[in-house]
Design a protein. Structure first.
Length: 193
């Protein structure tokens, strides 16, 4: 059996987020980072990972980055690096995405507006794996993703796990390739070759 049930994004409770999801509001550096190239970007999240994401976005795609953290207080050395890189740090909750056809700004709960064209959200994702909960499957050190071998077979003989559920990268095209590898292995096992 091949499991490829994917995951779902943890979207922040921001008005109009669904209007721009995938079209100005992004959640994946690998999938959509390039779509922020040369644009006024807001990175929003609540962790050290979010700070590193903002720095990475500036290094790779755009020089105009603003970081919004809900309530996470980054260590002083992170704050210094942000200052050195010219990335403004704003603490608070975004309330609403402003814009009709395109994103124009982020409105914060305090009423302030942060002009932007694109938003990169960093709140992680949940796996669609509830149906696997009762199975004795080996997981990674964070107890989040499933460990598989080079054919994407899990620790349970005959159960293959592809896509975001395993410890590899999380893109549809990668999951399709993993599925092909798993299917070939299954066929060879069935044929005894």
């Amino acid at each position: 059996m091949i499991v490829s049930s994917g995951g779902r994004e943890n979207l922040p409770p921001i008005e109009n987020v669904h209007s721009f999801l995938g079209d100005g509001f992004f959640t994946c550096l690998d999938c959509d980072g390039y779509r922020t190239t040369g644009k006024k970007l807001v990175v929003v999240g609540n962790s050290a990972h979010t700070v590193r994401l903002a720095l990475s976005m500036k290094e790779m795609f755009t020089t105009d980055v603003t970081l919004i953290l809900f309530f996470y207080d980054p260590p002083d050395d992170f704050v210094e690096v942000l200052k050195d890189e010219g990335i403004p740090l704003i603490k608070g909750r975004p309330r609403k995405i402003i814009g009709k056809e395109k994103i124009e700004a982020f409105e914060c709960a305090d009423g302030s507006l942060i002009a932007c064209e694109v938003i990169m959200s960093d709140f992680g994702f949940k796996l669609n794996d509830e149906f696997l909960a009762e199975l004795p499957l080996k997981k990674d050190s964070r107890n989040f993703k499933y460990v598989t071998n080079h054919h994407f077979e899990s620790s349970l003989d005959g159960l293959y796990i592809v896509g975001p559920l395993n410890t590899g990268n999380d893109q549809a095209i990668i999951a399709a390739g993993e599925g092909a590898v798993a299917a070939i292995d299954i066929k060879k096992r069935l044929l005894g070759i």
